[in-house]
Design a protein around this ligand. Structure first.
Ligand code: FNR
Length: 191
């Protein structure tokens, strides 16, 4: 099965290294049976409980894009040992109104790249905590912590180091297997 996977990049920086990583994953994904499509978060208003009764159109569209995807890959930077505020805002937006959590049961996988040596490990741990609360089954192994170095991923998403490209491919294949296992059981019931 080829899965349609939404990609959420937790950075809105025009020079984002995580955006570059997402482009690299998108290029590699077809070989792992995954079709990756970007789900933008930069246009989302800051979440407020006021939106629960009058949901902004950008938020509604974002929720629909998640719900329409077979699975979600989150590519996150680490900001101050956690996820960037823009990403937390997107996750909070997707989780509401109460009873209409777009991540419920949606299989996910998390990955990230940073300039620091721990390669977004602290941010990803926080992200796992959030996705767990949102009832999203998240790929546990292999973990994927990448540290950027000059030229590792080009602007248009070509991974120049063979070992890194191989690792990303094996991570995508593990994500595919996780999506197989985590598929909502209801889909198995014949109509
Ligand atoms: C950072 N950076 C960073 N790096 C890291 O490894 N651990 C951290 O806790 C932080 N904290 C942090 C806070 C803030 C506010 C900024 C702006 C940056 C550096 C970070 O890895 C680097 O800026 C990346 O380039 C961010 O990813 P994008 O936006 O380029 O994808």
């Amino acid at each position: 099965t080829t899965y349609d996977v939404g990609v959420i990049v937790g950075s809105i920086s025009s020079t984002s290294i995580n955006r570059r990583l997402a482009r690299a994953l998108t290029a590699l994904a077809p070989q792992a049976g995954l079709r990756l499509t970007d789900i933008p978060i930069g246009n989302l208003p800051m979440y407020s409980a006021d939106h629960d009764s009058a949901i902004p159109s950008e938020a509604a569209e974002f929720k629909r894009a998640i719900e329409a995807s077979d699975a979600i890959i989150v590519v996150t930077p680490e900001y101050n040992r956690s996820v960037p505020g823009v990403l937390k805002n997107a996750l909070d937006t997707a989780s509401r109104p109460w009873g209409d959590n777009s991540f419920a049961g949606k299989p996910t996988a998390v990955i990230g790249v940073s300039v620091g040596v721990i390669g977004t490990a602290a941010a990803q741990q926080h992200l796992r905590n959030i996705l767990g609360f949102l009832a999203s089954p998240t790929l546990t192994q292999p973990e994927a912590y990448l540290q950027i170095r000059e030229g590792l991923i080009t602007d248009d998403g070509i991974v120049t180091d063979e070992g890194t490209a191989d690792f990303l491919m094996s991570w995508l294949m593990a994500a595919h297997e996780h999506f197989d296992r985590a598929r909502p059981a209801v889909e198995a019931i014949p109509s």
